[in-house]
Design a protein around this ligand. Structure first.
Ligand code: FAQ
Length: 329
């Protein structure tokens, strides 16, 4: 199975099967109460959150790499400054999320070691290359757009520190999405070559963006339990549908074509019908065989190894400070 760390059976415990603590916990969730770090929680809830928040944090940090690739080649100083700010925001998102995960009793170092050892995942989308400047537009528009669709409901997730981290992240993601769309508008209304570049970026990023929402509901192993615990508010397919419905008019406004011949408005359901992504490709990317998996992990390992002296210096400084009052006595 492609799920790691946390085994979800797909079948939920009935009330009769729950211990009194589990039943009381479920009641709190059902009443819409927030769970805080000091509260009792089932071990599965804690581990599911560590898995999801940790994977989310890793995605933010690995997600800096495809865009960082274009900082030195941004077409104007203004675009460069905006891109630097965006990439820096992603580091901040990683930080809030690692901090939220730490409230569950796992250290940031342990999470990063799990990522580097292949025991934890990061979003499949960041294993695709950024070949042209239009890809930076497509990432902001589609990738941040998909992230917002997924993360706005997470502001209401049941675990307090995760929900609160999401509030600021969503505000910043909205700015990211707008900067990506602004690049797409410029390209789509530019020279024929720029327009072609914008269309090509949309062609390459459309289906990988749809994969960000996870496998279809029929194959999602964690959704049932995560939704019962209100860690997830919506299913993968619900969010994917909302994303398509929101994005198609934006593509039309740009005068670009979504690369899906099956895409059409379905009056009865009040949404678009569209083709599913190639799930075989999705699983290959998750297995580490996407176009950039090896490069991304090599970059993260290098950063971790070369940053060792910073971590050691910070630890030595903290130890020195902690020893200071003792010395004064
Ligand atoms: N990539 O049973 P489900 C961003 C895994 S946004 C990789 O459906 P679940 C912003 C899943 O983890 C991107 N793996 O799982 C940005 C599980 O494996 P596991 C990050 C995926 O958790 C923009 C297995 O498949 N956002 O970074 C993917 O209920 C631009 C079974 O799947 C989040 O992480 C995938 N696409 O639902 C940054 C949002 N899909 O863990 C920089 C929070 C599924 O057991 C630049 N996460 N898998 O080994 C979530 O909402 C959920 O975790 C889902 C998956 C929806 C991703």
């Amino acid at each position: 199975m492609y799920a790691q760390m946390v085994r979800s059976t797909g079948t939920l415990k009935s009330r009769a099967e729950m211990t009194p603590e589990e039943a009381a916990f479920q009641d709190r969730i059902d009443r819409g109460e927030r769970i805080e770090p000091q509260d009792w929680m089932p071990e599965g809830y804690r581990r599911t959150l560590i898995r999801q928040i940790g994977q989310h944090a890793h995605s933010e940090v690995v997600g800096q790499l495809p865009e960082g690739n274009w900082i030195t080649r941004a077409p104007t100083l203004e675009r460069k400054a905006i891109l630097i700010a965006k990439v820096q925001d992603e580091a901040g998102h990683g930080l809030y999320l690692y901090a939220a995960a730490e409230t569950l009793g796992v250290s940031r170092d342990a999470l990063i070691e799990d990522l580097l050892a292949g025991r934890m995942k990061y979003s499949s989308i960041f294993n695709y290359p950024t070949l042209t400047w239009a890809d930076i537009g497509a990432i902001g528009w589609l990738v941040d757009g998909a992230a917002i669709m997924n993360q706005v409901p997470l502001q209401r997730t049941s675990y307090g520190p995760y929900a609160r981290a999401m509030v600021r992240i969503c505000k910043e993601e909205s700015f990211h999405q707008r900067q990506g769309y602004a690049i797409m508008m410029k390209m789509a209304r530019g020279t024929p070559e720029q327009r072609e570049m914008a269309q090509d970026a949309l062609n390459r990023f459309w289906f990988p963006a749809l994969m960000m929402f996870g496998p279809s509901d029929r194959d999602s192993v964690h959704s049932a339990q995560s939704m019962a615990w209100r860690i997830k508010i919506n299913s993968n397919d619900e969010l994917r549908q909302k994303f398509v419905d929101q994005t198609v008019p934006q593509a039309e406004f740009l005068g670009l074509t979504i690369p899906d011949p099956e895409l059409r408005w379905n009056e009865a359901k009040g949404g678009y019908d569209f083709s599913e992504p190639d799930w075989a490709e999705f699983h290959e990317v998750l297995r580490g065989n996407g176009p950039c998996n090896a490069d991304r992990m090599a970059a993260r390992r290098k950063a971790w190894d070369e940053g060792a002296w910073v971590r050691e210096a910070l630890a030595a400084h903290a130890a020195k400070r902690a020893a200071r009052p003792v010395a004064a006595e």
